[in-house]
Design a protein around this ligand. Structure first.
Ligand SMILES: *[C@@H]1O[C@H](CO)[C@@H](O)[C@H](O)[C@H]1NC(C)=O
Ligand SMILES: *[C@@H]1O[C@H](CO)[C@@H](O)[C@H](O)[C@H]1NC(C)=O
Length: 794
C-alpha cells in the first residue's frame, strides 16, 4: 500500500510541478486522527485560503491527491474539506512516525494551486497480538533459579506510545516476568525462573502472558504459556515395602508365583523404568530356589523347597532405573516356609523277641518301636497303634514305644500273631506307615491229654476169647511235639481181689484195650477200670477216664427144673382124684435159667403123653391141668414128658417126666397117697408152718417193696442208676416166681423211659429193644422172694 502510495505521489508530484507554473501559494496542513468517520470535518479551504466560498464553484475548485480523492472530498458550497473514507494510518504509513497525505486544491480563473497536507495522527486502534495463542516451553528441572528465558514479542502496528510498552504474566511462585526496552526501542519480555523446578512436584505450568500498549485506553493481548518440566533422574526407585514377608508351603510347586515386588520411581520415562534383581549374597544363594523376573518383579519358585532343610529365606532385592546415571532402590523379602505334612513317619523295630513262650506273664517285653517323623509341629507328632483284640499293647514313653504282652497267651488258641503296627502323624491329611511284626508263641506243656469221653461203656459178650481187643480209648493233647505225645496205662485197682490188670490191658501207644480172660456173665456182669493218658512233656501231665466193662449175656445155661426133679430125679409123681373135673390143677413145673433176659425166658411144652388129650400145660406158666372130666375108661396111670426151653439163640432145653395117678376113691386115695407120697398131717403141719412164715414175710416184704418203689421213683426222676439195688423177684406171666439177682449194669439196659438200640460187641447181631412197656412189665408183678404161687393160692 505504501508503495502504491509512493507511486501515486510521484505521479502527483509531476502534475504538481505543471500546476506550480501558474501560482504557488502557501502550504496548509491539517492534522487529523486516523479512523475518523466518513464526512468528518477536516478544515475549511475557503477560509484557510482566503477565498470567497461562493467563488469556489465558479472557479471550478478541484481537489487533487495521490489517492485520487479516495479519502477526502471538498464541498464547493462552503469549502469544507471532509473525510470521504476512513483512513487507517497503519495501512497508509506502517511504522513511519510521520504520516502525511499531500493534496492540492486547484482553482481556475485565475489558476491557483494551493498545496496542503493531511497529517494523519496515530490513534491507539490496535491491540498487541502474539503470533501464536500459545507458547510452549520445555524447561529441565535441573535448571537453577535465576535463569531467564526470552519470550516472543507481541506485535502492535500502532506507533509510539500506542505500541507495546509492557508485559505481564499471571502470578506463579516459580516464574516472574522481566521486560526491558532494547536499544532499538522495542520492549522484550523475559521469563525469570524464580525457584528451581521439581518435575515430580509439578510437571507443567500454564501461565498467561499479557502484552500492553501505552495508549489510552490501553489495549492488551494475551498468550498462553505452557511450560513442560523436563525430567532428570533425580529420584531413586522406592519399593512399596521395606520388607516383604510371605509364607509359602513347602510343597508349593515350581513355577508358582509367590510374590510380586514393586518399586516406584517418581521420575518418568527411562528414569522410571526399573529392573529388579536379587542383590548381594542373595543372588548366589537363591540361585535355583527362587527367581526374580527383572521386568515385572515377580518372585517365582524355581527349585524344590524343603522345610526340613531350610525353613526361611531372606532375600535382598534391588530395583535399578534406566536413567543415567542409574539409581538403585533396595528392599528385602522374608520368605517363611510352612511345613507341610510331606514326610510319613518311619517305624524302627529294635530288639525284637520273635518267640515268646505261652506262659510268659503279662507285661513281658516283646520289642522296642521307634517312630520318627521329619516334619515339625503336628505334622511331626506321631501316634503309634496296634490292632485291638490281641493280647499285646504298646507302652508309650517319650522317645519310643515298648510292646509288651497284655495278658497270658495260649498257643493252643493262637499260635502266631501278626501285629500290625501303624504310625500316623497328626497332620491333615495325616500320613501313616505300617509294619507287621510276627510273633510266634512257643509251646509249654500246659494241657493234659483229654479223653474223648469222661467214661466209656464197653460191652463184651461173655465167653470172649482171651487177648482179643475189645475197645480203644483215645485222648488228645493240644500241645506240641513231646508235650502232646500221649501214652495210655491202666491205673492200679482191684476187682474181686485181683488186680484189674489181670482182666484188661491197654496198648500204651494207641489205647486199644484187650481182655485178658474170658468173662462169665453169670459170674460178674460189670466191672470198671481207670485208664490214664499221660503226655511226654517235662513235667508230664495226665488225666484219666473210667471204663465200664459190661458183660453181655449169652445163652450158655440150659433151664433147670427145680420143682420136681429135686425130689424124684427125672420123674415126678402126682395124684389126682377121679372126680376131678375139667381144668383141674394137677401140678406146676418150675424151672430156672441162669442166663438172663430172653435167654432166661422159659416156655413149657408137653412133648409126650399117655393120653395127649387129657392134660395140657400152660406154655409160660408151666401149670398142668386137665382138659376134660376124667372118665372111668381113662388109665389110672398117666405119664407126661414136659420140655422146658429158653428163648435164647440157640435155644437150650431140659425135660422132666411127670407121673400122674388117678384115684378111684378119695379116702382110698388119701390113704394110698399118704403111703405113696406124703401124710396129710405132714401136709397140714407144713401148711401151718408156711402160713406163719408167709404172713411174716409178706409184711416185711411189703414194707421193702414200698420202700423200693419210693427209691425207684426218685431214681427215675433223677435219671440216675441204682447200683446197689437189692434182690428183686420177677414173676413173668403165670410162671412161678423166679428169684433173680440182676446187676446194676443190666438195669441200665432196662432203664425205664428209654428206647435204645444197643450194639453188643462180640455177638451176632442181636438187638434188644427196650421200651417203657417192657420195663414196666418187669416190675408189674414184683413179689417177695421165695414164695410160690401155689402156696399163695392155698
Ligand atoms: C514242651 O513244653 C516245654 C515246657 O513245658 C517246652 O520247654 C518245650 O519246648 C515244649 N516242647 C515243644 C516241642 O514245644
Ligand atoms: C493199636 O496197636 C496195636 C499193635 O500195634 C494194633 O494191633 C491195633 O490194631 C492198634 N489199634 C488201633 C485202633 O489202631
Amino acid at each position: 500500500m505504501a508503495c502504491v502510495w509512493r507511486l501515486n505521489l510521484t505521479l502527483i508530484a509531476s502534475i504538481f510541478i505543471v500546476c506550480a507554473l501558474e501560482k504557488i501559494s502557501g502550504q496548509i496542513s491539517y492534522p487529523i486522527p486516523e479512523e475518523m468517520e466518513e464526512g468528518s470535518f477536516v478544515g475549511n479551504i475557503a477560509q484557510d485560503l482566503g477565498v470567497n466560498a461562493r467563488q469556489l464553484a465558479t472557479r471550478k475548485c478541484r481537489l487533487s491527491s495521490d489517492d485520487g480523492g479516495r479519502y477526502m472530498k471538498v464541498s464547493l458550497d462552503n469549502g469544507v474539506l471532509s473525510i470521504r473514507e476512513r483512513i487507517d494510518r497503519e495501512r497508509l504509513c506502517g511504522q513511519t512516525d510521520m504520516c502525511t497525505m499531500p493534496f492540492e486544491i486547484i482553482l481556475e480563473n485565475p489558476l491557483e494551486v494551493l498545496h496542503g497536507e493531511l497529517v494523519i495522527l496515530d490513534v491507539n486502534d490496535n491491540s498487541p497480538t502474539f503470533r501464536e495463542n500459545s507458547i510452549r516451553l520445555q524447561i529441565s528441572e535441573a535448571i537453577p533459579s535465576g535463569v531467564r528465558f526470552r519470550l516472543e514479542r507481541a506485535a502492535d502496528p500502532d506507533i509510539g506510545i500506542n505500541t507495546v510498552v509492557d508485559y505481564a504474566i499471571s502470578s506463579s511462585e516459580y516464574f516472574s516476568l522481566k521486560s526491558r526496552r532494547t536499544e532499538a526501542g522495542t520492549v522484550i519480555a523475559e521469563l525469570l525462573l524464580e525457584k528451581s523446578l521439581d518435575r515430580e512436584l509439578q510437571s507443567s505450568f500454564q501461565l498467561v502472558l499479557t502484552a500492553m500498549d501505552g495508549g489510552t485506553p490501553q489495549r492488551s493481548g494475551t498468550a498462553q504459556i505452557f511450560i513442560n518440566v523436563m525430567d532428570i533422574n533425580d529420584n531413586p526407585p522406592v519399593f512399596e515395602n521395606d520388607v516383604y514377608r510371605i509364607s509359602i508351603r513347602e510343597n508349593t510347586p515350581r513355577g508358582t508365583l509367590v510374590l510380586k515386588v514393586k518399586a516406584n520411581d517418581l521420575d518418568e520415562g527411562l528414569n522410571a523404568q526399573l529392573t529388579y534383581s536379587f542383590s548381594g549374597l542373595a543372588s548366589q544363594i537363591m540361585h535355583g530356589v527362587f527367581s526374580l523376573i527383572p521386568e515385572t518383579g515377580e518372585v517365582i519358585i524355581e527349585g524344590p523347597l524343603d522345610f526340613e532343610e531350610t525353613n526361611s529365606y531372606s532375600l535382598d532385592i534391588e530395583a535399578v532405573d534406566h536413567g543415567s546415571p542409574a539409581i538403585t532402590g533396595h528392599s528385602n523379602v522374608q520368605i517363611k516356609v510352612i511345613d507341610v505334612n510331606d514326610n510319613a513317619p518311619e517305624i524302627k523295630v529294635t530288639s525284637l523277641t520273635n518267640q515268646i513262650p505261652e506262659n510268659a506273664p503279662p507285661g513281658t517285653f516283646i520289642t522296642l518301636i521307634n517312630v520318627i517323623d521329619r516334619d515339625s509341629g503336628e505334622n511331626g507328632q506321631v501316634r503309634c497303634e496296634i490292632q485291638k483284640n490281641i493280647p499285646f499293647m504298646l507302652q508309650a514313653s517319650s522317645t519310643h514305644y515298648k510292646m509288651v504282652t497284655q495278658e497270658r497267651l495260649d498257643r493252643e488258641t493262637v499260635s502266631e500273631y501278626k501285629i500290625f503296627v501303624s504310625a500316623s502323624d497328626l497332620g491333615s491329611p495325616s500320613l501313616s506307615t505300617n509294619t507287621i511284626i510276627h510273633i510266634v508263641v512257643t509251646d509249654v506243656n500246659d494241657n493234659a491229654p483229654r479223653f474223648s469221653e469222661l467214661s466209656y461203656n464197653v460191652y463184651v459178650a461173655e465167653n470172649n476169647a482171651p487177648g482179643a481187643s475189645i475197645f480203644t480209648v483215645s485222648a488228645s493233647d493240644p500241645d506240641l511235639g513231646q508235650n502232646s505225645s500221649v501214652s495210655y496205662s491202666i491205673l492200679d485197682d482191684h476187682f474181686q481181689n485181683l488186680p484189674v490188670s489181670t482182666y484188661l490191658s491197654v496198648n500204651a501207644r494207641n489205647g486199644t484195650l484187650y481182655a485178658l480172660r474170658t468173662f462169665d456173665y453169670e459170674e460178674f456182669k460189670t466191672f470198671q477200670i481207670h485208664v490214664e493218658a499221660r503226655d511226654a512233656g517235662v513235667p508230664s501231665m495226665s488225666s484219666s477216664a473210667t471204663v465200664h466193662v459190661i458183660i453181655l449175656d449169652q445163652n450158655d445155661n440150659a433151664p433147670v427144673i427145680i420143682s420136681h426133679s429135686a425130689e424124684s430125679g427125672s420123674a415126678a409123681a402126682e395124684i389126682i382124684p377121679q372126680s376131678a373135673g375139667q381144668g383141674y390143677f394137677v401140678t406146676k413145673i418150675t424151672a430156672t435159667d441162669a442166663d438172663s433176659g430172653q435167654n432166661a425166658r422159659l416156655f413149657y411144652q408137653m412133648v409126650k403123653a399117655t393120653d395127649p388129650n387129657l392134660f395140657m400145660i400152660g406154655q409160660t406158666s408151666g401149670e398142668i391141668r386137665t382138659t376134660r372130666k376124667i372118665l372111668e375108661a381113662d388109665l389110672t396111670r398117666q405119664t407126661l414128658l414136659i420140655l422146658v426151653k429158653d428163648n435164647g439163640l440157640p435155644e437150650l432145653s431140659s425135660t422132666v417126666t411127670v407121673h400122674i395117678a388117678i384115684l378111684q376113691n378119695s379116702t382110698e386115695t388119701l390113704a394110698e397117697s399118704i403111703n405113696s407120697v406124703n401124710t396129710s398131717e405132714n401136709v397140714s403141719d407144713l401148711n401151718l408152718y408156711l402160713l406163719v412164715i408167709f404172713s411174716c414175710t409178706t409184711i416185711v416184704f411189703l414194707l421193702i417193696i414200698i420202700l423200693l418203689i419210693g427209691i425207684k421213683c426218685k431214681r427215675d426222676r433223677n435219671n440216675t442208676q441204682d447200683y446197689t439195688s437189692p434182690s428183686y423177684c420177677y414173676r413173668r406171666g403165670d410162671m412161678q416166681d423166679t428169684c433173680n439177682r440182676r446187676s446194676a449194669m443190666e438195669e441200665t439196659l432196662r432203664y425205664p423211659g428209654t428206647e435204645q438200640l444197643v450194639r453188643m460187641p462180640g455177638l451176632p447181631q442181636y438187638s434188644v429193644r427196650l421200651s417203657p412197656e417192657s420195663a414196666k412189665s418187669d416190675f408189674l408183678f414184683l413179689k417177695p422172694c421165695g414164695l410160690s404161687s401155689s402156696q399163695a393160692q392155698s
